[in-house]
Design a protein around this ligand. Structure first.
Ligand SMILES: [Zn+2]
Length: 262
C-alpha cells in the first residue's frame, strides 16, 4: 500500500482516504473530528482567495537563555521545526479579507514547537493588535498552541502580560477581537490572549484548558468530570460563546463582524 494515502481518524479510528479528508477541510467525513491544520492551510480555508498579506513574516526568534533540554538544544529544535513545518515561527499575522470584510489575522502554527508562545509570537500578536487599532479593523486570532514556550523562560511568560495589556487597550478603544480556539488551546495562551476575545469561537472537540487533566486531578485529588476540557464542556460552562464547524467559520466570522464592528 503506498504510504501517505490513508490516515487514521483519532475520533472514530476509521481508516480514511487522505484526499477525502483534505477535500473536507481536514474534517473526518464519518465522525466530524477536526484534524489539526498548519497555519498555511488555515489561512487558505479562512480568507478570500489570495487576500492574505503577511506582515513580519521573517521575524525569527533568538535563543536568549542558551537553552538545553533532553539531550538537544533550543537552537537545534528551532532548525528542525522550521524544516518540518516550513514556518519560521509559531504565528503568522497579516491583513486579509473574509467574505469581503477587511480583518487583521493572527494564526498560530501548531507544527512549530507545538504552537508555543515565545518572544516572537507575543510580539507578532501585539503588532497585529496595534495594526487593527490604527486601521480600525477587527482582529481575528486562531489559536492552536501548547502554551508558553519554556525554552525562553520568563521572556515567554512576560508575553502573557504584554499581549493581555495590549488587548486591553484595544478593548478600551472599542476594537472588535474574535478568537477561534482550535485543538489544542492550552497553558499560557489560554491564560492570556486566547480567552480575551469579545467573541470566543471553538472548533468541535477542541482541547481547551490550562494545565493538563492529570496534573489537575493529582493536585486537587478529585475525579474530573467526563468531557473535561473539551470545547463542548467549555461552552456548557460559559468559557466559550459558540462552537462552529470549520466549514461555517468564514460565514460566522463575517456575520459577527457585521453585527459587532462599528
Ligand atoms: Zn472520524
Amino acid at each position: 500500500m503506498p504510504e501517505g494515502l490513508w490516515v487514521r481518524c483519532p475520533g472514530c479510528e476509521h481508516m480514511l482516504y487522505k484526499s477525502a479528508v483534505e477535500k473536507n477541510l481536514n474534517v473526518c467525513p464519518d465522525c466530524n473530528y477536526h484534524f489539526r491544520i498548519a497555519a498555511k492551510t488555515r489561512i487558505k480555508y479562512l480568507v478570500d482567495e489570495d487576500s492574505f498579506h503577511e506582515i513580519l513574516g521573517t521575524l525569527k526568534t533568538e535563543d536568549p537563555l542558551g537553552f538545553k533540554f533532553r539531550g538537544t538544544t533550543y537552537k537545534k529544535r528551532l532548525k528542525e521545526d522550521t524544516k518540518k513545518s516550513g514556518a519560521k515561527e509559531a504565528m503568522r499575522i497579516g491583513k486579509a479579507f473574509i467574505k469581503g470584510r477587511g480583518v487583521i489575522l493572527a494564526v498560530m502554527e501548531p507544527n512549530f514547537l507545538m504552537g508555543s508562545m515565545g518572544f516572537v509570537v507575543g510580539e507578532k500578536l501585539c503588532a497585529a493588535v496595534d495594526m487593527a487599532m490604527d486601521e480600525k479593523l477587527p482582529l481575528v486570532a486562531v489559536c492552536s498552541s501548547g502554551g508558553a514556550r519554556m525554552h525562553e523562560g520568563v521572556i515567554s511568560l512576560g508575553q502573557m502580560a504584554k499581549t493581555s495589556a495590549t488587548l486591553a487597550k484595544f478593548d478600551e478603544a472599542g476594537g472588535l477581537y474574535i478568537c477561534v480556539l482550535a485543538d489544542p488551546t492550552t497553558g499560557g495562551v489560554t491564560a492570556s490572549f486566547a480567552m480575551l476575545g469579545d467573541c470566543i469561537i471553538a472548533e468541535p472537540g477542541a482541547l481547551i484548558g490550562f494545565a493538563g487533566p492529570r496534573t489537575i486531578a493529582e493536585t486537587i485529588k478529585v475525579e474530573l468530570p467526563k468531557g473535561f476540557q473539551t470545547a463542548e464542556f467549555m461552552l456548557e460552562h460559559g468559557f466559550v460563546d459558540m462552537i462552529v464547524h470549520r466549514k461555517d467559520l468564514r460565514s460566522e466570522i463575517a456575520r459577527l463582524i457585521d453585527y459587532c464592528h462599528k
